[in-house]
Write a protein that binds this ligand. Structure first.
Ligand code: NAD
Ligand code: DAU
Length: 357
């Protein structure tokens, strides 16, 4: 009998990381260590369904802290590392870029240093099974015009401090693979949406504002295009790459669901008008306000993920229409999750429910 897989997930209390943790516990036999420093973007309420699972452990820790990261490797002895911890919001990187350099670049460097030392200490099957998967973004490739798609060979051309910091981290990961033989994999994915996303990002922000009947701030003319992927489809893709991906390879992941921002916002308004009509506002689309554009705003992202689909047999299960309705219904029905973010009470809840390990 083979030993169970042991998956160290960094950033597992965030939006995508929590979906990855839930996926691993539901659809694999793996043991999971969630290593997360709990920034503003984290919410352990997203993992309430996992907290009593004997295969799950949470450790509060910072990826910039080499000693803490090394200790996590030493005590947990992972077969796989899924590295998601990052500062993830483009707008915040414009007002405070330093945190992005520290976490996304320096923190990834620390993860690589600890992973290399650990990998070098392994032998036999443990060594040949080990994988370090770095979760990255399509934003490293910069902006597209009306035509064309990103492929695994598109040159890097990041525009924001966020995407530049992710590009730097991708280069570090590749370098540790080429120079030190660390068995790495990289995924570059398009815009995710779904339950448990911090409401600073376009879709949850628009759902909550439109529900309340307050202004919907659309940058520029709303004609920028993003490709949308339901978060659970991303979580499945990450685990599939970690298990079946070729060493050193890059996998592009996308939803093949391109939409202008304005059309996304309009669709959210239409679904909310249908599900929860507002007493005073007949058509929530009237709430749209065109505001000053984001500096360096990439015009369009589009992903050619046919190679990933063909090689791994993965494809998205959720269409944008079904996924968006599911997401809206989740935000309408999960006031306690939202309240915990708004009031900060989730921090107290975490203190009560978790002895920090
Ligand atoms: P998020 O902001 O929701 O969550 C990030 C998590 O990382 C949080 O739980 C936070 O506490 C943790 N974290 C931050 N700094 C840390 C540190 N120094 N040490 C330990 N933990 C730390 O992010 P997300 O949207 O879930 O994105 C996860 C990853 O996926 C990121 O690497 C991001 O670049 C990448 N990605 C995101 C998207 C997207 O659409 N959201 C798309 C493609 C790739
Ligand atoms: O492409 C993948 C990336 O998608 C991830 O790497 C990032 O972590 C993630 O945050 C996301 O980046 P974006 O900048 O595309 O996501 P955001 O939700 O911030 O914005 C989506 C689009 O909507 C973008 O064109 C800007 C626009 N926008 C956003 C906000 C918050 C608005 O028009 N109004 C808004 O209030």
């Amino acid at each position: 009998m083979t030993a169970p897989q042991r998956v160290l997930v960094t950033g597992g209390a965030g939006f995508i990381g929590s979906s990855v943790v839930r996926h691993l516990l539901a659809d694999s036999q793996a043991k999971v260590l969630n290593f997360d420093s709990l920034t503003y973007a984290a919410n352990l309420k997203s993992l309430e369904s996992c907290s009593n699972d004997a295969r799950y452990r949470f450790q509060r820790g910072d990826i910039r802290d080499l000693a803490a990261v090394k200790e996590a490797f030493r005590s947990f002895r992972p077969t796989h590392v899924l590295h998601l911890a990052a500062e993830s919001h483009v707008d915040r990187s414009l007002t405070g870029p330093q945190a992005f350099i520290e976490t996304n670049v320096v923190g990834t460097g620390i993860m690589l240093q600890a992973a290399r030392d650990y990998f070098d200490s392994l032998s036999g099957e443990e060594k040949s099974a080990f994988r370090f998967l770095h979760v990255s973004t399509d934003e490293v490739f910069g902006s597209l015009e009306d035509d064309g798609m990103f492929t695994p060979t598109t040159p890097y051309d990041p525009s924001s401090p966020y995407s530049a910091s992710k590009a730097a981290s991708d280069h570090l990961v590749r370098a540790w693979g080429r120079s030190f033989g660390l068995p790495i994999l990289i995924t570059n994915c398009s815009n995710n949406y779904g339950p448990c996303q911090f409401p600073e990002k376009l879709i949850p922000l628009m759902i909550l504002n439109a529900k309340e009947g307050i202004a919907l701030p659309v940058y520029g003319k709303g004609d920028n295009v993003r490709d949308w992927l339901y978060v659970e489809d991303h979580a499945r893709a990450i685990w599939s790459v970690a298990q079946k991906g070729r060493l050193g390879a890059t996998y592009l992941i996308g939803g093949e669901e391109e939409r202008t921002n304005l059309s996304v916002v309009h669709t959210i308004c239409d679904i909310l008008d249908e599900e929860v009509p507002h007493a005073d506002i007949k058509d929530r689309k009237s709430l749209v306000e065109f505001v000053t554009d984001r500096p360096g705003h990439d015009f369009r992202y589009a992903i050619d993920c046919s190679a990933t689909q063909k090689e791994l047999g993965w494809s998205p299960l959720e269409s944008f229409e079904t996924g968006l309705r599911r997401t809206i219904l989740w935000y309408l029905n999960n006031d306690p999750w939202l309240e915990s973010i708004r009031s900060g009470s989730y921090r107290a809840w975490m203190e009560e429910n978790y002895a920090w390990r």
